[in-house]
Design a protein around this ligand. Structure first.
Ligand SMILES: [Zn+2]
Ligand SMILES: [Zn+2]
Length: 245
């Protein structure tokens, strides 16, 4: 089965040399064995990884890929050959609250350009957001906190009638998430700029499961769509896809 949708999910290019999947495909017509997933923490690699990666999209598969970065096979070999595993600590201050995060990664050193490149998939988790609720204050919140399992979806579930909640990316003030409850219906809009991770299957569409994760819409038939806005409604606790644009 093609892994193209998984490559897209992980950025569609080698995180070190930036060689892209489409570049290789259009130039050589093949992709097999040219790109690989590297586990940032190899000790967390699923023992059944090679089977899991061949199967159709699942929560388990996406969670496994969340532990990885995409590299071309040459850069992957250089990374393992240099074997320079490091941990950095990043801090951001939001409303006098300091949030810090230790980030594991690998350094690849270029001895000619004297550049060390830090290879990780975790950095964006510190991205700040503003949460706005009707008649209430704005809350500044880091993705790191939103990412804790189901915090956002608990907030959504606890909305009262006619209440709404929206989430803006502080980087560009784009609305990335919106939820509103009206009588018996719950409407949710999600923008692809909102890189939700750490969720279970988001909902179902024509009997198939789908996920909105890492800035992508993914479904069981192995499509990966970036740059979208999806509209969901909840009925009887289940999220149903209305449309994707
Ligand atoms: Zn590379
Ligand atoms: Zn590796």
């Amino acid at each position: 089965m093609s892994k193209l949708h998984l490559y897209k999910y992980k950025g569609d290019k080698c995180q070190h040399c930036e060689k892209s999947i489409s570049e290789v495909l259009s130039r050589y017509g093949v992709i097999k064995r040219i790109f690989e997933f590297h586990h940032i923490k190899p000790e967390l690699k699923d023992p059944n990884y090679s089977n899991l990666i061949k199967q159709k999209t699942s929560t388990k598969q996406l969670k496994e890929l969340d532990k990885c970065v995409l590299l071309c096979s040459e850069c992957h070999k250089i990374l393992h050959s240099q074997n320079d595993n490091v941990e950095l600590e990043l801090r951001i201050a939001l409303n006098e609250r300091v949030i810090s995060k230790k980030i594991s990664g690998w350094l690849i050193t270029d001895h000619i350009s004297k550049i060390k490149k830090f290879i990780t998939d975790e950095a964006y988790l510190l991205q700040p957001y503003v949460l706005k609720t009707k008649n209430k204050e704005e809350i500044y919140i880091a993705f790191e906190i939103l990412n804790e399992p189901s915090i956002l979806f608990n907030l959504v579930n606890n909305l009262d009638d006619n209440d709404e909640l929206s989430l803006y990316s502080l980087a560009n003030m784009t609305q990335v998430f919106f939820a509103k409850r009206t009588s018996d219906q719950l409407n949710i809009d999600i923008h692809s700029l909102f890189r939700i991770v750490n969720i279970e299957t988001l909902g179902s569409f024509k009997g198939q499961n789908f996920w909105v994760q890492g800035g992508f819409f993914l479904d069981e038939s192995n499509t990966a769509i970036s740059d979208f806005n999806i509209h969901l409604t909840a009925e009887a606790g289940k999220l149903i896809l209305n449309n994707i644009v």
